[in-house]
Design a protein around this ligand. Structure first.
Ligand code: AMP
Length: 280
């Protein structure tokens, strides 16, 4: 595996791979790699012959009161995982490499990023679309793989690629879960033992909602209230939002039907967790 921190070295190696006839995929991550990331690498490997993984904790997508400093960083373990997973090139730039001190251009999606996480994390998606555009320009991949766990982010990236005519195919990969159902996340390691054990309630509440739908419930308001009350039964858990949304447009729906996502953001103690399930 080639490991680089500079844009010049990255370009040099990716250009050489392209000249050798490889198709290039990119999996952008913030590191602290887990099984969820590994499943994305797997998807990338099946659909391309040269997998580039970026690891960059992007300061631009964290608000001033958010957990940028606290965000877990495990560079040695991450490199070992990438090597083992058959990643061809690991790009782990420093913030100074990605942002000039006087950088002043951003990329902003102005519709899908308003609600859900966007309503609670001002500027977050502007940071995401800006850094992902930069990574697309730097790597110029044929395909890029994103997780359905961050359903809003994936929808925004799809919209950005469409609206800005960026020549990359976006592939969405399913959510990977721990054995008790909790969606695998880099932030899970910030949960204390007791909160981690109780965090399984998030997926249980979403599963129970899907069960209600299967039994005939169609009222999104009632389903949302049930999800909130189940989750908030747990001490120190509070629901930031729970939404029933169209999977493509992210528009809220009042009646449940197929192609709807139930999406939640929960504060579990001082850790913010998100999850979603699809109503098939
Ligand atoms: P992150 O490092 O958290 O920014 O995530 C990098 C990519 O991995 C994003 O496209 C996420 O949607 C995806 N991802 C994170 N957790 C999971 C998971 N549990 N299952 C599948 N994909 C995930």
């Amino acid at each position: 595996m080639i490991q680089v921190a500079s844009i010049d070295e990255l370009r040099h190696n990716v250009d050489a791979a392209r000249k050798d006839g490889h198709t290039i995929s990119l999996v952008p991550t913030m590191g602290c790699l887990h099984r969820g990331h590994r499943s994305l690498f797997d998807v990338a490997r099946r659909q391309s012959s040269f997998v580039v993984v970026s690891i960059f904790v992007n300061p631009l997508q964290f608000g001033p009161t958010e957990d940028f400093d606290r965000y877990p960083r495990t560079p040695e373990d991450d490199a070992a995982i990438c090597r083992k997973e058959g990643v061809a090139l690991l790009f782990a730039p420093e913030p100074e490499t990605m942002y000039a001190p006087d950088h002043s251009v951003v990329v902003e999606e102005t519709s899908l990023s308003r609600g859900l996480c966007g309503a609670h994390r001002s500027g977050h998606f502007r940071g995401v679309t800006t850094v992902v555009t930069k990574l697309f320009n730097i790597v110029q991949p044929d395909i890029a793989v994103f997780g359905q766990k961050d359903a809003q982010q994936t929808a925004i990236i799809r919209r950005m690629v469409r609206d800005l005519n960026i020549p990359v195919r976006i592939v969405a990969a399913p959510t990977i879960r721990e054995s008790d159902g909790l969606a695998t996340s880099s932030r899970n390691c910030l949960l204390d033992h007791d909160t981690r054990r109780r965090a399984t309630v998030i997926h249980q509440a979403l599963r129970a909602a899907v069960e209600s739908y299967r039994r005939g419930e169609r009222d999104a308001g009632r389903i949302r209230r049930d999800i909130v009350s189940r989750i908030e039964e747990q001490p120190s858990f509070s629901v930031e939002y729970v939404a029933a949304i169209d999977a493509g447009t992210l528009e809220p729906v009042s009646r449940l039907r197929s192609n709807v996502l139930l999406a939640v953001a929960v504060r579990a103690g001082n850790v913010r967790l998100i999850d979603n399930v699809s109503i098939a």
